[in-house]
Design a protein around this ligand. Structure first.
Ligand SMILES: Nc1ncnc2c1ncn2[C@@H]1O[C@H](COP(=O)(O)OP(=O)(O)OP(=O)(O)O)[C@@H](O)[C@H]1O
Ligand SMILES: [Mg+2]
Length: 360
């Protein structure tokens, strides 16, 4: 591939914030904001006006011809609510922006969208149409899904894309990105970590059978990280989750998974039967090592709650017995839990550290 600067598509349902993101990115990075909307209008890449939808009927062949030269040079941020028409070889990163239906409804009705168009767009967002289209059209590792509900999310999205661009600098497009190997056998944890670190860092994963030492939370994680780095001979990320009962001076702590599998939810409650204080801390610790011999760095998130008899769906560890502000983790929506959970807090620190590393 000859282009020196990468091409990025920012896609998503109308109203998710494509143009706003593109403008911000273009201003900060100097890349070109290529608004397909404008191209279609100005270079007449259409077959006329659709009255019902109040939009142009795009002629895709004309459109591709119109932008080919510009895109092949590289450095374009393509702003369009579809992505499957662009040839794979043109594109280095596909960002699919997402927003919940209430937010989208408000944004689209503020623009006085015709009812049929509004409904169709909401349906498309609910049915994950664009993310699926992106995953079917491009290699999975270049497709990233980012939330665009509010300005904080927009700011963090733009920072992440900037960090990705920065580390691409110096490499020609099409070559591999920085890689981190997340040592886990847990698909849920892997998808949470990917959602935070990509696209700046490509997250691979490997399940290793690592013996865990006995010791404090930090010691267990540090030791595991050092041994994982030695084993894979490269950069690694490991994670440990603890549940610490304050009445029991922090136990079960790192041993929670064994306590849970032998005692169950009821047994864990019984451990506290003799105490009035049912308070507990959920602690998540990530450790990152740049490779063998590099001292691991820890990122920790803590959420204070209390231990209660199980409530809510029981499919994720001790979530049903850990209550935070009146609801157990299991009773919360995933998005609600992800705002306050120990893992989300640790990941936020990890993300901030990586973003700083990549831009410094
Ligand atoms: N993350 C966000 N936080 C706050 N406001 C946002 C966010 N994303 C978009 N908006 C607002 O929503 C409206 C629609 O955004 P924008 O025009 O960028 O969407 P779009 O995806 O380009 O839509 P279209 O496909 O119709 O061009 C704008 O008023 C914008 O300010
Ligand atoms: Mg737009």
């Amino acid at each position: 591939m000859s282009r020196k600067l990468p091409n990025i598509i920012i896609t998503g349902t109308p109203g998710v914030g494509k143009t706003t993101h593109c403008e911000m990115l273009a201003e900060r990075t100097g890349l070109k904001h290529l608004s397909v909307n404008d191209v279609v209008k100005e270079r007449e890449c259409h077959e006329g006006w659709d009255e019902e939808y109040q939009s142009w009927i795009v002629d895709e062949d004309k459109l591709l011809d119109a932008i080919e030269e510009e895109v092949k040079e590289g450095g374009c941020i393509i702003d369009w609510h579809a992505c499957d028409l662009f040839p794979k070889s043109w594109i280095d990163l596909v960002v699919v922006l997402r927003a919940d239906t209430e937010t989208l409804y408000d944004r689209l009705s503020a623009r006085k969208y015709p009812e049929v168009k509004l409904q169709e767009n909401l349906d498309s967002e609910i049915m994950d149409v664009l993310i699926q289209e992106a995953r079917e059209s491009y290699d999975e590792e270049i497709v990233v899904e980012l939330q665009s509900k509010d300005t904080d999310e927009m700011e963090s999205n733009v920072e992440r894309i900037e960090a990705w661009l920065k580390q691409k600098n110096g490499h020609h497009c099409g070559k591999t990105r920085h890689l981190v190997n997340f040592i886990t056998g847990n698909a849920n944890k892997l998808s949470e970590v990917k959602a935070i670190l990509e696209p700046a860092i490509q997250v691979d994963s490997q399940a290793l059978d690592l013996v865990e030492i006995q010791g404090s939370l930090d010691d267990v994680t540090l030791d595991k990280c050092r041994r994982a780095a030695d084993l894979v001979q490269g950069p690694v990320l490991v994670e440990d989750t603890c549940l610490c009962f304050n009445s029991l001076k922090g136990l079960p702590g790192p041993y929670i998974k064994w306590f849970l599998s032998s005692l169950g939810h009821e047994g864990l409650n019984n451990l506290l039967a003799a105490y009035d204080d049912k308070s507990a801390q959920a602690v998540c610790t990530f450790a990152y090592s740049a490779g063998p011999g590099h001292e691991p760095i820890l990122f920790q998130g803590i959420t204070d709650g209390r231990i209660v008899p199980a409530r809510g769906p029981g499919n994720f560890g001790w979530d049903p017995i850990f209550e935070y502000e009146g609801k157990t983790y299991a009773e919360m929506e995933k998005s609600e839990k992800n705002k306050i959970s120990h893992r989300a807090k640790a990941l936020a620190k990890l993300q901030a550290w990586f973003a700083k590393e990549m831009t410094s």
